[in-house]
Design a protein around this ligand. Structure first.
Ligand SMILES: [Zn+2]
Length: 415
């Protein structure tokens, strides 16, 4: 029955499609495809064309998700995102859009398409690169779109709502695109691992046990700016020196929680007034802290806030902390994990179980239906970088496993 499944062939087809998508960029020398941009339009049109070619009923909702359906609800929803970070690789997102297209095409050709409803989706905004938004596209599909997103502005001052209108959408109608509860049987996403575990373990595929929770905070440290030549060290209230100490504190805390695989990152810092000859008076920086244990995460955050405040007091600095977001750990559905694992085994891969340290659309989709993810080995664990790479053979294994998974899909009984 599955004799005509050829991972090498499927992988080469995926690679060709990913190359076509990767050519759609706002810049000639690097891949930049932002939400609701002209490049988003072109990529969405290409994906819609591919979906039509395999016989799906294709439409776009009012937040710009490309959606292709076959059969009746409840739908098994399969997809990923087509937006990118700035200077992106070509696999993060698009692989999860292309894989189900090739899987459904394969099932059609084999005349093995099971009598279940399928919805393939290409989300428009997962990375949040344009609006610093949090998964608005999948939130809309899951019926949990937060209208406060509409007022966020991009670097050029264009609001989310105006960008949608310019894209030909009606922001007021976003809720109408949601899949009604009960009409989604599950959400499954194929994605590159974005980490080195599969490569280290020499396995092409992984089944995700959970998407780790994360807390993101923004700190504002207030000191006093002054002349870099005339203010003596003992009279300084240097906001940047304080922030530096807090950054090292965050690093130490994550190391202390190594058994929870905690990671902490200060990835954004801004010192004002920002001149070489002025003591920094105000510093803003972010902390992003993730781990699969929600309890460990909140303990770590409490400790950070407590000790950072002590640093600020000792240095006579003001300290304010604003939560940007807190996302609980999202477990993947056990029955879907088991089905993905046996599908992977059936095509000759020995799937590893691993947690996802990156956030994904599954976070939002889990509010609607059971979710699961299939990870594909990527070179050196590199992502969000032009050096991102997954081999055609590994992608082919993932697509072949997806074929098997769809063919044998049984809705989870857990909801
Ligand atoms: Zn992604």
């Amino acid at each position: 029955m599955m004799n005509d499944l050829n991972p090498g062939d499927l992988g080469r087809r995926a690679e060709a499609m990913l190359e076509e998508l990767a050519a759609i960029s706002a810049e000639p020398d690097r891949l930049v495809r932002l939400f609701l941009s002209p490049e988003h339009r072109r990529a969405a049109d290409l994906v819609a064309q591919w979906m039509r070619e395999i016989g799906l009923d294709v439409f776009e909702d009012e937040i710009g998700n490309v959606r292709g359906r076959i059969g009746k609800p409840p739908y098994l929803v399969l997809g990923s995102h087509i937006d990118t970070v700035i200077d992106a690789g070509r696999y993060d997102g698009p692989l999860g859009v292309v894989a189900p297209i090739l899987a459904v095409d394969t099932l059609q050709r084999m005349k093995q398409l099971p009598p279940i409803g399928l919805e393939l989706v290409a989300f428009g905004d997962e990375e949040g690169s344009r609006f610093h938004s949090t998964l608005p596209s999948s939130a809309a599909l899951a019926g949990h779109f937060d209208p406060r997103h509409l007022t966020i502005t991009d670097r050029d001052g264009v609001s989310f709502a105006d960008a949608l209108r310019a894209y030909g959408k009606n922001p007021d109608k976003i809720p109408e695109g949601a899949i009604p509860p009960g009409d989604a049987a599950g959400y499954v996403e194929v994605h590159i691992e974005q980490g080195p575990v599969l490569e280290t373990e020499d396995q092409p595929l992984g089944v995700v046990s959970a998407i780790v929770g994360q807390t993101r905070l923004q700190m504002t440290i207030t000191g006093e700016s002054g002349h870099a030549g005339t203010v003596p060290m003992n009279l300084r209230r240097d906001a940047l020196a304080g922030a530096a100490e807090m950054t090292l504190l965050a690093e130490q805390i994550a190391r202390d929680f190594s058994s929870d695989h905690m990671v902490a990152t200060v990835g954004q810092i801004e010192a004002r007034p920002g001149a070489a000859n002025i003591v920094p008076g105000v510093v803003r920086f972010t902390l992003d802290l993730r781990t699969a244990s929600d309890a460990a995460r909140s303990t770590a955050i409490e400790r950070f806030e407590h000790e950072a405040r002590a640093i600020a007091e000792r240095r006579h600095l003001g300290f304010a902390v604003d939560p940007i977001h807190r996302i609980a750990t999202t477990p993947a559905d056990q029955a879907l994990q088991d089905q993905l694992a046996s599908a992977a085994l059936a095509v000759g891969a020995k799937p590893l179980k691993l947690a996802s340290g990156a956030g994904h659309d599954g976070l939002m989709m889990s509010k609607l239906c059971p979710i699961a993810m299939l990870f594909v080995r990527c070179k050196a664990g590199v992502s969000h970088n032009p050096a991102e790479y997954a081999s055609p053979q590994d992608m082919g294994f993932a697509i072949a496993a997806l074929v098997r998974f769809i063919e044998q899909f049984k809705p989870s009984a857990s909801r």
